[in-house]
Design a protein. Structure first.
Length: 435
């Protein structure tokens, strides 16, 4: 590649990078997007959830062409012990609307489609190219990037780092700290293929309807984490993830071992029976929350998506925060450049303010220390699921014991397990962490 100058360089072609590059190109800017994978999505084989509202603000008619799997009409939240589960189940025909709110997608297909939209909007996109470092001038201002293809480097008015949780360029350039084990989760996923009619029958679905199951409990062996199951058109995405620090502390547990245990659980095994496993992936998820968000802007650069730790771990949301921060970054940069301004730290601070005013930062600040509480009180992810399932069994068994005695049994078991002080204290701490 010969040396060129661009208005903006976007590093990464995931949801945040694609959102930023697309919006910049739509505004008429000269944009270069650099992706180290063979193609956009080549490193993302797993299924995922797409939140329509965030993408609709970028590509309003995306439903006409995007590779969507199923729209979600049912959400299950399970608290699991070793033999069963107790949980909340929400399903509504209202979700069979003209423009559904959530979809399951296959990232490899979706990212490739989104990247094609970026190119059609006018951006230059190159794959199989690694950004090795940021270019700086004598004052330290970021003025471009160096890649493994071009020793001289490529210059730009601004560099948008959408490089994901690992943030290799940002770390190598001193813009962010090394990842801390307590701020990141390691998740593993598998794709289980089944005929569409089998999935429809097992989950009581029709057409493009879909189901999401999210679970926590003894399946993570006392570690802070969750498991999930998503229905795609002809496959089921199933996975589990825990904080990296917990894997270090526990020692013997492995991500793949946890996934095997989850798949073998009596509540999950029948849903996967007869399926063919074709894909397996492991990846890191930034779950440090609000306290882990790094500096977001500087002279000539800004950070979006997972690189900025924008993941709402409590609600299992990531792609919507990624696309929203990518869009807000692009809008800020376009306004600055088209008005003849410079991409200084002062001017780019408008991006930080936009993020603060959006749902992104409001949600991030709402759950400031939920993982800290769960880590200190492991009984929340182990003891309480056991108590809930035992209480349900006690209550629903009709065995000649009167209901008042059953209530007393349930309360007595809870008292023995934690005591009223422990239960009240946990509730209070959970509310504080939730805030």
């Amino acid at each position: 590649m010969t040396r060129n100058h661009f208005d903006a360089i976007v590093v990464g072609a995931g949801p945040s990078g694609n959102a930023a590059a697309y919006m910049l190109a739509q505004r008429g800017l000269n944009v270069l997007q650099i992706e180290r994978g063979e193609y956009a999505g080549s490193k993302n084989v797993q299924g995922a959830i797409l939140y329509a509202d965030a993408l609709e603000k970028i590509i309003p008619d995306f439903r006409d062409e995007a590779p969507l799997e199923r729209h979600i009409v049912e959400q299950r939240v399970w608290m699991m012990d070793d033999a069963g589960h107790t949980g909340m189940h929400h399903r509504s025909d209202d979700y069979n609307e003209d423009k559904p709110n959530r979809y399951t997608i296959l990232r490899a297909q979706f990212d490739k489609w989104f990247s094609r939209c970026v190119k059609e909007a006018g951006a230059t996109v190159i794959y199989e190219t690694t950004v090795t470092s940021l270019m700086r001038d004598a004052s330290g201002w970021v003025v471009g990037v160096h890649t493994d293809r071009n020793g001289e480097g490529i210059t730009a008015d601004v560099v948008i780092l959408a490089e994901g949780v690992n943030g290799l360029v940002g770390r190598a350039s001193g813009l962010r700290e090394e990842l801390k084990p307590e701020n990141v989760a390691l998740a593993v996923k598998e794709m289980h293929f089944l005929p569409q009619e089998v999935i429809d029958a097992r989950f009581n679905l029709k057409g493009d309807e879909g189901v999401v199951i999210e679970a926590m409990g003894t399946i993570t062996e006392g570690m802070v984490g969750t498991a999930f199951l998503y229905t795609n058109r002809e496959s089921i995405s199933v996975g589990i993830g825990c904080m990296v620090s917990d894997f270090t502390d526990v020692g013997q547990a492995t991500p793949h071992g946890l996934l095997d245990r989850f798949k073998a659980h009596p509540s999950i095994r029948p849903l996967l029976e007869g399926s063919e496993i074709k894909e397996y992936a492991a990846h890191l998820i930034p779950e440090g929350g609000y306290k882990a968000i790094p500096e977001l802007v500087g002279n000539g650069w800004l950070v979006v998506g997972d690189a900025g730790h924008f993941v709402n771990a409590v609600h299992r949301e990531g792609s919507n925060l990624a696309m929203t921060t990518g869009r807000l970054a692009a809008e800020t940069v376009a306004d600055i450049i088209l008005s003849g301004g410079s991409c200084s730290r002062h001017n780019l601070a408008a991006y930080v303010e936009a993020v603060k005013e959006s749902f992104v930062m409001k949600d991030m600040k709402k759950y400031k220390d939920i993982h800290g509480f769960l880590k200190k009180g492991r009984h929340v992810v182990d003891l309480y699921p056991r108590l809930m399932n035992r209480a349900a069994q006690t209550w629903f068994r009709v065995d000649g014991v009167d209901k008042r005695s059953k209530e007393s049994t349930i309360m007595r078991e809870a008292w023995r397990a934690r005591g009223i002080g422990g239960l009240m204290g946990d509730a209070f701490k959970l509310m504080r962490a939730w805030r």
